[in-house]
Design a protein around this ligand. Structure first.
Ligand SMILES: Nc1nc2c(ncn2[C@@H]2O[C@H](COP(=O)(O)OP(=O)(O)OP(=O)(O)O)[C@@H](O)[C@H]2O)c(=O)[nH]1
Ligand SMILES: [Zn+2]
Length: 374
């Protein structure tokens, strides 16, 4: 479970997507870099039977891969800059599935245990870091139970037991490679109450993973700068009209404003909850109800305050013929991130809506801690 070596075996290209599905189901996956390997399972989905099976297959003692941020939250490491850093926790030898789940999930009450837990910081190219990247791709809590095993033995067991094997390099490259494979798979006219002349265009990566959408209003044409909103999916705000955030207002407000301006595009990105997924966002809401703000709730779960990436948005804009945008946002990080992917932001168009009693604190936190401009 330490450094990487050369990837020696050529693995099929889409194993990451299959590994993600297996982890979400609570199944075992083999993660390997040619020199090191481990059978891994999602901590939040593990049960004692699964734990016993992996222990029997590997004859190893499990370690828990998680983020340094989560270790700090558990008082297992001093407070420090933790962005992107991972650790290995060594739980007691007889740790149960419930014990491991409680280490992973701050929304469940932890059994009081005096058992010592060892902590080792791990390298950015380690299997531990790869396991955490897989957890994030799976929209699971960043906590993975790992059973080290020699790579060759691991490969034999995987073949015999029908376990998916995934390479470390594949995992680290996954987001970038996938964004480049996005292609238009369907489109249709969808007249909207605030913008009758609207088409919805669906983009899919070639591993069959999550689709992103472009909502084209009117007939904007590049190379002139396009009025654009990059909107991250928010089931609760966009669909249910939740008052906890400003997403619903921002989505409908963008559609209205773009229509009134004569045309433009909303890129609707499947990165719910600032990239942590809906289930984790609900966990973050539960923590917020106990007093944490929107940033600290993410950190408690072991995530960064914002886990989004903007390469898919840039790729979709380019495929639609736009490389210059007038971007409707209050978030300077979005402007920076899009520029890093070679989209020119000729103007930031403020996109502010009235607050309510439920989202006032959330918006204040975004201004104070995330640098949003209101
Ligand atoms: N993790 C987490 N995500 C949240 C919370 N409230 C809203 N979100 C998510 O935040 C995202 C909304 O962000 P956006 O409106 O796209 O962008 P922004 O960073 O607020 O910046 P703007 O462009 O100014 O709106 C959606 O994916 C929501 O699901 C929260 O409390 N915790
Ligand atoms: Zn929202």
């Amino acid at each position: 479970m330490a450094k990487t070596g050369q990837e020696q075996r050529v693995l099929p290209p889409h194993e990451v997507n299959r590994a993600v599905a297996d982890l979400r189901r609570g199944d075992v996956v083999l993660l390997s870099d040619g020199s090191h390997a481990a059978l891994i399972q999602a901590a939040e989905a593990i049960d004692d039977e699964g734990l016993a099976r992996a222990a029997a297959l590997t004859r190893a003692r499990p370690v828990l891969a998680t983020t340094l941020r989560r270790a700090i939250t558990l008082d297992l490491a001093p407070d420090q800059d933790s962005a992107g850093r991972t650790v290995e926790l060594l739980p007691p030898a007889d740790a149960s599935a419930v014990f491991l789940r409680e280490l992973a999930d701050p929304t469940v009450v932890r059994e009081v245990s005096a058992a010592p837990i060892g902590v080792t910081q791990t390298e950015p190219d380690s299997l531990t870091a790869g396991a955490i990247e897989l957890a994030k791709l799976a929209r699971l809590l960043p906590a993975i139970v790992c059973f080290p095993i020699p790579p060759r033995e691991g490969a034999l067991i995987a073949r015999r037991e029908g376990i998916i094997e995934v390479g470390l390099t594949q995992v680290f490259d996954h987001r970038t490679v996938l964004a480049k494979t996005l292609r238009r798979v369907a489109e249709a006219s969808v007249p909207l109450v605030d913008a009758e002349d609207t088409r919805v265009i669906a983009f899919r990566p070639d591993d069959g993973g999550t689709d992103h959408l472009a909502i084209m209003i009117g007939e904007p044409k590049g190379p002139a700068p396009v009025l654009a909103r990059i909107h991250s999916e928010c089931f609760t705000g966009d669909l249910l009209g939740s008052l906890r955030c400003d997403c619903g207002d921002q989505l409908r407000g963008a559609i209205r404003a773009i229509s009134e301006a004569g045309g433009g595009v909303v890129i609707y990105l499947a990165q719910e909850g600032r990239g942590i997924g809906l289930v984790n966002k609900l966990r973050a809401y539960k923590l917020q109800d106990t007093g944490f703000d929107t940033v600290d709730a993410n950190l408690q779960l072991g995530f960064e305050s914002d886990e989004r990436v903007y390469q898919p948005a840039a790729e979709i804009l380019r495929q639609l013929g736009f490389d210059k945008v007038r971007l409707m946002t209050n978030n300077p990080e979005k402007v920076k991130a899009l520029a890093q992917h070679d989209i020119e932001i000729v103007e930031r168009v403020p996109h502010v809506f009235a607050s309510n009693d439920h989202n006032r604190g959330y918006l204040e936190t975004k201004a104070k801690r995330s640098g949003h401009l209101f």
